[in-house]
Design a protein around this ligand. Structure first.
Ligand SMILES: *[C@@H]1O[C@H](CO)[C@@H](O)[C@H](O)[C@H]1NC(C)=O
Length: 305
C-alpha cells in the first residue's frame, strides 16, 4: 500500500509542477494588466500626481460593490477618492466641485476640490468670506479687478481676502483644493492678497518633531487661519499625540501611512482627505518608500472664547 501511494505521488508530481507554473503565469498576467491600466490613466507624473491618480481609484474598485475606506464619525471623517461626488459648483461656470468638508460636519470652514476645464470660470465667495486656493493639477490664471494676473501652477497657491474681487480661469484643465471661511475680523487688522508656492516657503523650526513644516500664510494676527505643508520621510511620525482646540482639514498630497483619529487607526494615501474636529486625538506615521506630504488647514490667532 505504502509503496503504491508513493508511486502515485511521483506520478502526480509533474502535474502539480505544471499547475503551480500555470498559477504563476496567471498571476503575472493579472499583474501586467493591472499596471497597464494604471499606466494609461496617468499620462504625465507631475508633482502631487497621486492626488488625482490614487492607487485605489474608482475604476479599480468596480468589482468591489459597496467598498470604501471612507468613515464619518462625530469628531473626525476620512473621505477617500471613491466617495467623491462632483456636481456643478454654484456661482462658478463649467466647474465641478466635490465638497469634502462643510459646516454640516461641524467645521467653521469648507474644503472642496474644484475641477476646471477650458471654459471654466470661478465665482466669488459670499460676503466677508475669505478664500484660499492651491493647485494640485494643471494650471489656472488668477486675475484681479484691474486685470493684473498671476499664473498658478501645481504647488502654487493664492489667498484672497474677504470681498476681494478676482477671477480664476483655466487654459486646459486644473484641479484645485479650495478653502473658504467667514473671516473673523479684528479692528485695525487687514489681510492682503497673497500668491506663492510651497517651494518658496522656508522650512520652519519644529522643536521636538522631525517633520518638515512650511506655512503658506503669514503668521501675523490679521490671518485667522494658516495652511501648513508637512513632510515626513518614511518611518517618521508625530512625536506629540496632539489634542488641541483647533480644527483641521487635511489633504494628503503624496505618500502613505497610518493616521490615528480618536480610537481608530486608518491606512491613508495621497488623495485622501480628513476632517478633524477640535480635541480629536490625532497622530500620523509615514510608511512606504516615498515621503508623505500633506496640506493642512488650521485656524489660528483668535481667542477660542
Ligand atoms: C491688481 O494687481 C495689481 C498688480 O499687483 C495692482 O497694482 C492693483 O492695484 C490690483 N488691483 C486691485 C483692484 O486690487
Amino acid at each position: 500500500m505504502q509503496r503504491l501511494s508513493s508511486l502515485s505521488l511521483h506520478a502526480l508530481l509533474p502535474l502539480f509542477t505544471t499547475l503551480s507554473l500555470l498559477k504563476v503565469i496567471v498571476a503575472e498576467e493579472g499583474f501586467c494588466s493591472w499596471s497597464s491600466i494604471s499606466d494609461s490613466s496617468s499620462n504625465s507624473k507631475h508633482l502631487y500626481w497621486k492626488v488625482t491618480n490614487p492607487t485605489l481609484s474608482p475604476s479599480h474598485l468596480q468589482d468591489l460593490p459597496g467598498f470604501t475606506r471612507s468613515v464619518y464619525k462625530r469628531d473626525h471623517a476620512l473621505i477617500t477618492p471613491e466617495s467623491h461626488v462632483f456636481s456643478p459648483l454654484p456661482e462658478w461656470k463649467n466647474t465641478l466641485g466635490a465638497y469634502l468638508i462643510t459646516p454640516a460636519i461641524g467645521s467653521h470652514f469648507v474644503m472642496y476640490l474644484a475641477k476646471m476645464q477650458e471654459t471654466s470660470l470661478s465665482g466669488l465667495p459670499a460676503y466677508n468670506v475669505e478664500r484660499f486656493v492651491f493647485v494640485v493639477q494643471g494650471a489656472v490664471t488668477l486675475t484681479n479687478a484691474s486685470g493684473a494676473s498671476h499664473k498658478l501652477m501645481v504647488d502654487s497657491y493664492a489667498y484672497l481676502p474677504p470681498n476681494f474681487e478676482h477671477l480664476l480661469k483655466c487654459d486646459e484643465s486644473a484641479t484645485l483644493v479650495v478653502l473658504e471661511r467667514r473671516y473673523a475680523s479684528l479692528e485695525n487688522h487687514f489681510t492682503e492678497l497673497i500668491v506663492g508656492s510651497t517651494d518658496q516657503q522656508p522650512i520652519l523650526e519644529t522643536p521636538g518633531e522631525v517633520f518638515e513644516l512650511r506655512k503658506l500664510l503669514p503668521v501675523s494676527i490679521a490671518y485667522d487661519f494658516n495652511v501648513h505643508i508637512m513632510d515626513f520621510q518614511p518611518g517618521e511620525y508625530l512625536n506629540v499625540k496632539e489634542v488641541h482646540y483647533n480644527q483641521h482639514g487635511l489633504l494628503l498630497l503624496e505618500g502613505k501611512g497610518i493616521y490615528r483619529l480618536g480610537d481608530s487607526w486608518y491606512p491613508v494615501q495621497a488623495g485622501d482627505a480628513i476632517w478633524m474636529a477640535p480635541f480629536v486625538p490625532q497622530w500620523y506615521a509615514a510608511l512606504g518608500k516615498t515621503r508623505t506630504r500633506y496640506f493642512l488647514y488650521k485656524d489660528a490667532n483668535r481667542d477660542p472664547l
